[in-house]
Design a protein around this ligand. Structure first.
Ligand code: CTP
Ligand code: MG
Length: 384
């Protein structure tokens, strides 16, 4: 037997409390399978020499997809009970020390492994524990007696043992007695188990909402970005114009290379401004024949997609249309709804305003329409 440490990861459960199509240990958190998080933490620890995984019968495909090309030995097939999965896994362990770990605890701080291995020196077993914060009581139809919590601890994994000690504890276990972890078995066999400080990061993913919390742990902090856009188009002969993604009847048209939707152009520039990605002209050059008469809704959707691709979300857009005519008021609700639709926002996140310039300037003389827009988005902090 070598003086080595093997991590035995039990991943053979069915995750019945969470349910769903695939067992929880194969579901992704932050784009990586729960099991792979646990394995990577163990592979990265200098005190761990190798990692042996125990999977459920029929989980081979899920396992292969989860581990990719990580250098691991063939998985062992586990049993119906966790205890059986550990026992079967132990047949593949020939190291002096073993760390038994639940695949359902994906976030393993290296310090916990440090503490366990240090505590195992000269001892038969060591477990990470945390104090109990809540009041504990017996349940049932109505609240039962309080259980004093001062003397209680919550026991986590990994649990470290001298392999022979764990092996014999499993061999001598009465199969009729439930054992939810290994330390209680080793202890029952007469060995002392050291306690080291566990970690809140090690919480087991047990319920559906645990996945939401795990996902949020990895979510990058978002910072707010605000940018503006401005555009002008001149009136031309015609019988209507595009404004805010809608065709509005009028005794004039707007001239431009595309459909000349001055409002959507201002909005597009505001969105591009939030990610610092040039302006509408750099994405859709007027020199390019493809954009002749093109609907500006496509420009706005493109800008929206770029914000989303940057990991951003649009919080709010505010548009001001500046002209004497046509009157915007009657069209305002429809424009608002159309912009919300194009940006996949709620109408409450879209503001549409209009003003005249009191007959002053080019808008006041009815030579064209101007539009201003302000967009507020949230972006991952690392881009900031
Ligand atoms: N486990 C195992 N073999 C079993 C049962 C459980 O290897 N027969 C593993 C699980 O995959 C998990 C760890 O033991 O990594 C802790 O078990 P638990 O959280 O109870 O997972 P499940 O048994 O899968 O979930 P549930 O109890 O909700 O069905
Ligand atoms: Mg279980």
């Amino acid at each position: 037997m070598s003086h080595r440490t093997t991590a035995l990861v039990v991943a053979a459960g069915s995750g019945s409390r969470i349910g769903g199509d695939i067992p929880k240990q194969y579901r992704p958190v932050a784009g990586k399978a729960v099991l792979a998080h646990a394995i990577d933490a163990l592979l990265a620890h200098p005190g761990v020499d190798d990692v042996q995984v125990v999977i459920g019968a029929g989980q081979e495909g899920l396992y292969r997809a989860a581990i990719g090309d990580r250098p691991l030995p063939f998985p062992i097939i586990g049993g119906v009970l966790r205890r059986e999965s550990v026992a079967r896994g132990l047949t593949a362990v020939d190291s002096e020390r073993v760390l038994v770990h639940d695949a359902a605890r994906p976030f393993l701080p290296p310090e916990v492994v440090d503490r366990l291995l240090a505590a195992l020196d000269g001892r038969d077993g060591a477990v990470p524990v945390l104090p109990v914060a809540d009041t504990l009581a017996l349940g049932g139809d109505a609240l039962g007696d309080i259980v004093p919590r001062q003397s209680l601890v919550r026991v986590q994994t990994p649990q470290a043992f001298r392999t022979e000690v764990l092996r014999s504890a499993h061999a001598g276990w009465d199969a009729l007695i439930e054992a939810t972890d290994d330390a209680q078995m080793v202890r029952k066999a007469g060995h002392q188990i050291a306690m080291v400080e566990g970690s809140a990061m090690l919480e087991k993913l047990t319920w559906t909402e645990d996945f939401g919390a795990a996902e949020r742990r990895f979510a990058p902090a978002l910072v707010s970005r605000t940018a503006m856009g401005f555009d002008v188009h001149a009136f031309a002969e015609g019988d209507g114009l595009w404004l805010g993604g809608l065709r509005i009847p009028h005794d004039r048209a707007l001239s431009g290379h595309s459909d000349a939707d001055v409002a959507l152009h201002a909005l597009t520039d505001a969105l591009l401004g939030t990610i610092g990605d040039g302006d509408i002209g750099s994405h859709f050059p007027p020199s390019d024949a493809r954009w002749r008469g093109a609907p500006s809704s496509g420009f706005l959707i493109h800008a929206r997609d770029l914000v989303v691709a940057a990991g951003g979300r649009i919080d709010h857009v505010d548009l001001t249309i500046i002209c004497e005519a046509p009157k915007i008021g009657p069209h305002r609700p429809a424009i608002r709804a159309r912009i919300a639709e194009l940006l996949e926002l709620q109408e409450g996140q879209v503001s549409v305003k209009a003003t005249t310039t009191e007959s002053l300037g080019f808008t006041g003389r009815g030579e064209g329409i101007a539009a201003q827009a302000v967009a507020t988005v949230r972006l991952p902090e690392r881009r900031a």
